[in-house]
Design a protein around this ligand. Sequence first.
Ligand code: UDP
Length: 538
Amino acid sequence: QSQELSQVQIDYDAALQALVEDGTRMVCTGRMHTDRICRFESLCYSTEAEEFIYFHSNSSVMLPNLGSRRFQPALLDLSSVEDHNTQYFNFVELPAAALKFMPKPVFVPDIALITNRFNPDNLMHVFHDDLLPIYYTMQQFPDLDLEARLFFMEGWSEGVHFDLYKLLSNKQPLLREQLKTLGRLLCFTKSYVGLSKITTWYQYGFVQPQGPKANILVSGNEIRQFTKFMMEKLNISLEESSSEEYIVVFSRTINRLILNEAELILALAQEFQMKTITVSLEEHSFSDIVRLISNASMLVSMHGAQLVMSLFLPRGATVVELFPYAINPEHYTPYKTLATLPGMDLQYIAWQNTDREDTVTYPDRPWDQGGIAHLDKAEQERIIKSTEVPRHLCCRNPEWLFRAYQDTKVDIPSLIHVIRQTVKSKPGPKKQKWSGSLYPGKVRDAKCQASIQGTSEAKLAVSWQIPWNLKYLKVREVKYEVWIQEQGENTYMPYILSHQNHTFSENIKPFTIYLVWIRCIFNKNLLGPFADVLLCST
Ligand code: UDP
């Protein structure tokens, strides 16, 4: 990967003249700072001021032109974490004429994606906040191809997972610190600033206790397209006819330990009649872990960032997440949410240690490893007595950290019991056919015919044609939902029907106008759109 920005491709004088004459051009997508990504021509960066610079000139464009709203609170989020006040992006403005008095600009010829990594030392954050969002931001803008260059502006050093970031493009990603070595004033010929949040599924609890995002927009399909890309880059081929089925125990070796790991492995192997192996980030290469997980039938691990690796599990596999004492699995669900995304096709099981005898606490460690010795005595006692960590905000709640960094002796019978409630026979990838869920289109040619019987009774015969896409699909069950609403009323009578026509007589009055809403339903839960409302007068 080439680290130097080759200046040869650029006619320097022409580029400088264009910058002075044309200035910076910016056009963004998104209506708010939280969903905005901006495309720039000639965005500059002062490595001394550590500020981005927008140069005004005859041809400069700034859309949206927010005026001072650009600072309320920022133009955009530079990381994929929503509205985090350490991750804001903005620029300072200058007239292009000021260039005369500034250091000579160094032009960046590569198309740049300028962004922040959120927490590059934590594997969950690496995948969820950075790698998936970068991958899909690059998919959104065609000129962000494999020749694009990533610029990480958060100010961290490479971090332990830098090799993963390198897979996203053919050029070496550059860090904020490295920009200084390139020059005092950098000008990005063409750049995109910001990161798509469309693939994120979890909020970490900065403003409300952590939990799944309110409006998840990603499915297992997109997650698996991304993992396929990563595996290709890592030179890992999916073994089609995997010879042997096995269970992977993903262990932590520094903290939050499973104290009876050998016993656990033996018990799993015996119960499911499968080879059971252990991996850890400390003892295995990333590629080896991916290779092993991508063919595993079951992944068992303590709650923790390493569990994000379940995104490499094959469809049909089972994730078993172990929670230490006093930690309610329902309150910490990044991996449950991932495993249960539609189309991820993973089974998820949570087990919690409920036995105080089986936990080992570390009150005397530093606060960030769960120590509580720095707290006053009463508070320490309250925490030690408590049987459940109350919901809390990120990130320094001492009671949470104290419980999160306990070691656990796993009660084998209770664990096997909860796994067996979900995994009845053998766990593992079902060689199932693709059962992607496709939704029906609108029903077509809806018609109604009324008939009146006497002065108080009437009938409404309604018919319609199948949705247009149904004739190309194999669908197990096709049903129709019909709502009959008297005009002007805000209630309706709902019906679920199997045929394409029905005569309604219950509660149908003569000389009344009815609105008839019809939609198709595939396989009980795939609800199609309503057709245009049908007006029927009796
Ligand atoms: N980690 C690890 N082994 C350990 C402890 C941590 O591999 O014994 C990794 C963990 O997977 C994560 C990073 O170190 O990528 C930070 O761990 P931490 O406990 O801070 O975060 P958590 O796992 O609770 O998200």
